[in-house]
Design a binder for this molecule. Structure first.
Ligand code: PLP
Length: 480
């Protein structure tokens, strides 16, 4: 292949990407794949002989691009999946062309990652000592990184070297979560050998926030039983309703009890950029660690999470296998990223983060985020004004939890309809919304992450939900 072949193909690839992004608003948000299209991918035989780039691009155009997940569309309200920031899309090509391993060394990607991690910390107002964080594949991995540091500190305080000796023989370390906490925390606790049995589910108030009095009582019970409370996980935006915990009283209790406070800000931490809701985040900066996802509200193309840790030495002492006497302390060196997390060879995620933030600037990002929260509040109003719909939680950030309620319908019937509704709405192709279980009810939850979404899109979402509900109810009795 000549460099001219590559250049020609790269131009075609750029056109495909641009056409894809430009066409998103005018096509169905998502459609089920037909059997033949699915089989083309699923059953693709291993090619013995190679094919020219132009043919591969033609195959991508025909077999891949027509079948997106849907999250590029302004009418996609599902889960927590954003449209890609265009600057970030472009950056992925350049980053791949350079293809470094961002483990460490004196090359652009390593320095850029230091800078963008600091930018992320500055965006959300989290303290950032040099070395106090790194980019990860997502918040699931960032949570493992942060909780490993928390585990190390707690074990050390109890006289154990968990890296050398493991946890066997130690009194159990106990962590505190709520029923709204994302499953990645349990996964991290299981992987770190803590045991999900030692994660206590603390009650929440009617607003879905962690109840601090219940937390205190649970900690006291566990101490009395000879266990070692060490961790509290609070949420800067739960997946179900976008609720933000009241951080100050939780941080006070953690300081008093010497517990590690971890905040899961995967979805919602960047909401602090919106002056209208920034007050909800008071005290978030007091956490020992914060996990968040640039690949959600910032729109950095997947994958990109970030772990921020208040004390960078906690991180390094958890993961570094470089003996301290070999570290380049004299030069003030931070060492390698591989001393601060689980990965050795690491991708050049920093360039797409740099491009995404630099393209919009802090002010542009804040505007986009404020637009999403305003849209969410508007959607909440539209739901409340509609007799067929019911708002199921206060709109705190940019997630709206609601359900369909036909006149005269009762508990089980309402749940049955709302359980079926997400897929019924999705199959119609005009909007995409997903569901959740909330306080024992089946609900729909719309997540607003796309500043290109319009008020007309919100109205369409509700029209579609009601139309799908009628479809599920079947034709009127006299028409059967
Ligand atoms: C998405 C999400 C996670 C998991 O993050 P990944 O990036 O998918 O690994 C954790 N917590 C919350 C609140 C989330 O929204």
């Amino acid at each position: 292949m000549t460099s001219e072949d590559f250049r020609a193909a790269a131009h075609t690839a750029a056109d495909l990407a641009a056409d894809h992004l430009a066409g998103l608003a005018d096509r169905p948000v998502w459609q089920p794949m037909d059997d033949a299209a699915r089989s083309t991918l699923l059953d693709a035989p291993l090619p013995a002989a190679g094919r020219p780039l132009a043919e591969l691009l033609a195959a991508v155009e025909k077999d891949v691009l027509p079948y997106p997940m849907g999250n590029g569309s302004p009418r996609f309200f599902g889960w927590v999946n954003s449209a890609p920031a265009p600057a970030g899309v472009l950056a992925t090509l350049t980053a791949a062309a350079m293809n470094p391993s961002s483990a460490g060394g004196d090359h652009a990607d390593v320095h850029l990652e230091r800078a963008v991690v600091r930018w992320i910390a500055e965006l959300v107002g989290f303290p950032h000592p040099a070395g106090g964080g790194l980019l990860t594949s997502g918040t699931s991995m960032a949570t493992i990184v942060c909780l490993a540091a928390a585990r190390g500190r707690a074990a050390r305080a109890a006289g154990w070297d968990v890296r050398e000796d493991g946890l066997a023989g130690m009194p159990p370390l106990v962590g505190y979560v709520t029923g709204e906490t994302h499953s990645c925390v349990r996964k991290a606790a299981e992987l770190l050998g803590l045991g999900s049995r030692h994660l206590r589910t603390v009650a929440t108030g009617p607003d879905g926030l962690l109840d601090v009095a219940e937390l205190r009582a649970a900690i006291e019970r566990d101490r009395a039983a000879g266990l070692l409370p060490f961790l509290v996980v609070a949420s800067a935006g739960t997946v179900g309703t976008g609720a933000v915990d009241d951080f100050d009283p939780i941080a006070d209790l953690c300081a008093e009890q010497r517990l590690w406070l971890h905040v899961d800000g995967a979805y919602g931490a960047f909401g602090v950029l919106d002056p209208a809701i920034a007050h909800r985040y008071t005290g978030m900066a007091r956490a020992d660690s914060l996990a968040l996802d640039p690949h959600k509200w910032l729109g950095v193309p997947v994958d990109c999470g970030c772990a921020l840790v208040r004390d960078s030495e906690e991180l390094r002492s958890t993961f570094s296998l470089v003996p301290s006497y070999l570290r380049d302390e004299a030069a003030g060196s931070l060492g390698w990223f591989s001393e601060y997390g689980t990965e050795q060879t690491r991708p050049f995620r920093a360039l797409k983060v740099w491009a995404t933030i630099a393209h919009r600037g802090r002010d542009g990002l804040a505007q986009d985020i404020a637009r999403c929260t305003a849209l969410a509040r508007r959607l909440g109003e539209l739901v409340e004004a509609d007799d067929e719909l019911e708002l199921m939680a206060e709109v705190q950030t940019s997630i709206v939890a609601f359900r369909h309620r036909a006149a005269g319908a009762t508990g089980a019937a309402i749940d049955a309809v709302n359980r079926e509704l997400p897929v019924a709405v999705q199959r119609r192709g005009r909007v995409f919304v997903t569901g959740a279980r909330l306080a024992g009810h089946e609900v729909l939850r719309a997540c607003l992450l796309n500043a290109a979404t319009t008020e007309a899109d919100l109205a369409l979402l509700l029209t579609e939900v009601k139309a799908a509900a009628r479809e599920l109810a079947g034709p009127p009795v006299d028409a059967r």
